[in-house]
Design a protein around this ligand. Sequence first.
Ligand code: BDR
Ligand code: CA
Length: 315
Amino acid sequence: MEQVQRILMDVDTGVDDALAIIFAVKSKKLHIEGMTTVFGNVDVKQATENTLKVLDLAQPYYKIPVAMGADYPLFRPRREAVTAIHGINGLAGYELPATSRLPIDESAADFIVRVVNERVNDLTLVFTGRLTNLAIALAKDPSIAQKTKLVLMGGAIKVPGNTTPVAEANIHGDPEAAHRVFESGIPITMVGLDVTGKAKFSETHFHQLMTGITDEQAELKAFMDHIFTFSFEASDRLNEGKYRLMHDPLALAVVEDASLVQTEDYYVHIETKGPLSSGATLVDFRRPQLRSNASVCMQVRAEDFLQHYIHTVLS
Ligand code: BDR
Ligand code: CA
């Protein structure tokens, strides 16, 4: 029997976080021990509401506690949400039905500390937003860095950023938090733009998905239809062609199946200063990497990943 991996997801539910949550719930190889929410694509209240509603949509057969987290970066103001990519409510303006699910009465950072200590070396943290909640958790209990591992969507090594010429959104949104996490000693797998920039869900993939969804999943179908159509129009407006980058789902898929990517071990420095350079994930390629703080995904079998995504959602 296949090994089921326990994960704790931290999300800023936006469009691709929603796609990642649906994938994780449907996956037979992942068990979500809990979810934490953070500001980013939207404010934390909206991210939490979106997360609870997307859970309703995905219909997990087990209980998933959701803990609300930070609404601001550690030391700087929050940037405006990018409504062109995620819509006014983070879900491309789609109104999911009201939910009876509620967040638990525990902060995201406290929840992370508790669950990591309950599941020592038996939990993977999967962060698909800013690293603020983890930085706070590490400040409360630095020992968690030795008791768990982290797979994060964020950063850009050999490709340009998507927020500034050199910075990716999740790192740029709270560079001080990212700096603390990368310097904490926690084992990191970084799923950044080097690979997520190649994970393009096209109209062909969309038709395959839509054709496969059964009538029993009418709500899921309507949601997918809306958010992919919105995403295709958004990318088309940017003169990039019609596709949706599957940033956050790829991070979850890498937890499930590390063979989808090739990694290289680097010491990743997080730049926290400078209007253009803040949030950059820098590797000093002038010298051999004598030490590392992250396994960085540099190559991806993109089509295999996209097919796996579709098959998991349809399963
Ligand atoms: C990341 O930023 C957010 O907009 C997405 O949800 C993803 O996590 C991509 O840079
Ligand atoms: Ca995200």
